[in-house]
Write a protein that binds this ligand. Sequence first.
Ligand SMILES: [Zn+2]
Ligand SMILES: [Zn+2]
Length: 581
Amino acid sequence: MENTEIARIFTEIADLLEIRGENPFRVRSYRNAGLIIEGLPVSLESIVERDEASLEDIPGIGKSIHEKIVEILKTGKCRFHQELLKEVSPGLLEVLKISGIGPKKVKLLADRLGIRSVDDLEKAAREHRLHELPGMGERSEQKILKAVEGYKTLRIASRRFRLSVAYPYARNYVEYLRAVPGIIDIEIAGSLRRWKDTIGDVDILVTCRKGAYVMKRFIEYPDVREVVARGETKSTVILKVGLQVDLRVLEKKSFGAALQYFTGSKSHNIAVRDRARRMGLKVSEYGVFDERTGRRVAGEKEEDVYRAVGLEWMAPELRENRGEIEAAESGRLPVLVEERDIKGDLHVHTTESDGANTLEEMVEAAIERGYEYIAVTDHSKAVGIAHGLDEKRLLKQIEDIERLNERLKDSGKRFRVLKGTEVDIRADGTLDLSPDILKRLDCVVAAVHSGFNMTGKKMTERIVKALGTGLVNILAHPTGRLIGTREPYEVDMEKVMSAAKKYGVFMELNSYPERLDLNDSYCMLARDKGILVSIATDSHGSLHLDHVIYGIHTARRGWLEKKDVLNTRSLSELLKLLRRS
Ligand SMILES: [Zn+2]
Ligand SMILES: [Zn+2]
């Protein structure tokens, strides 16, 4: 069973408990477990097979969650979850997703009006039956109808998968197919090759020797739930997790053209085709052809397809028709940042707040990755649920880090642990720790973690005020979005970035798979304003350091080069940049 399915069960338990009015800490522990499991880079199944006890090394996985994971892996379901579902109707889980309707209201709607689903709710609102309820009037009925409409649109959008979910599935599938005898070339195309933050379906392209059993092996993949179509050159399956995967078998001579075509984006391809037409050429998934004579000009290699229309080959992340054609024409394509350029991570948590690994373990993992530095940025006290640090505990951590740095130096390691914090930006824009202690730190990361519902004007003022203290180095997850579950809060990023530039604050691109915040367009805005971006993982465990890959590709979608990224700098350069007046 895949992590996403297990994660879904825990998220539903959290929702069901919430509807029942359970203790918020209990609810939170299930909800966190869901998020954590979904973000894990390895499958729970393999962890349990290897060493079941190590489950509890994962942040946020305590004993009770541990037992349920094992139960789900063994039996395919969780008894506790099933019992809750008997008690609370599953349609109410959907009602809970309507904005403005909290768990208490869901319970009220169910008990008083017998509402069991979103459709029931919509009907009741149209029939003006809601205003019989305490605290509801005609205006709330209108609001609910609007919210139901919004929910229905979002539900269509949420059929897409997060990059971090689709990517491991696709990679495993490709590894499996690569081993099929007779396969020659194999590539992932589509939005996944462009590393979009959400993925509709996965396209895999192959060439193979005649008579290879590629299609047969494709549909036999153990994770397939349903074979939608099976043909000689194209088949489609749905995986158990719900993800659609298409496989196309191509002729060698058109592999490059097909790769270009199926990578997209649509608007990029339209621009390429228009350009070709003006040159008397026709570009299709089969190749590039002379329009007059029908002669094939290119097709086997993707580079040749671009060259045929007078363009340099460009990285898939750029192919969104945002100026890449013009840049490729004039040899001004950006030299995009790469994984090997990253020298350290400026946002990681330890067991002091809500991380799973100790300071020493995080440092060891970072050294193993070949990093030169990390900044330890545990939460501050306002984030009580994450066991945030007050001044006294932070002071103690500062001393621990100083001692650790001494030890590292003595052992001849070229690695530095930066003293940091992820200080909470309070609702009024003040910081959650005293200036005295913030001044003692190497790297102050600041972030909003609550009060998301204020107006855009208020939120912008709040953040700008925090940046204006002169105590902040980096603004973490600047828009607060959680992909597929929480929209960004309302904020004027143009104003926030202008303030950041003025006060010497850097922007974070948080690589945590649910966040990817800044997104690609805001990366471009940061670059245009001359603000360096910190590609950080917000790791809550040493395994999460690998998430940096999602941040790097998002940065590449935002056209960022090595020079645009803060943590490509050497330690000494970085320390200079982090110096606050
Ligand atoms: Zn945070
Ligand atoms: Zn964090």
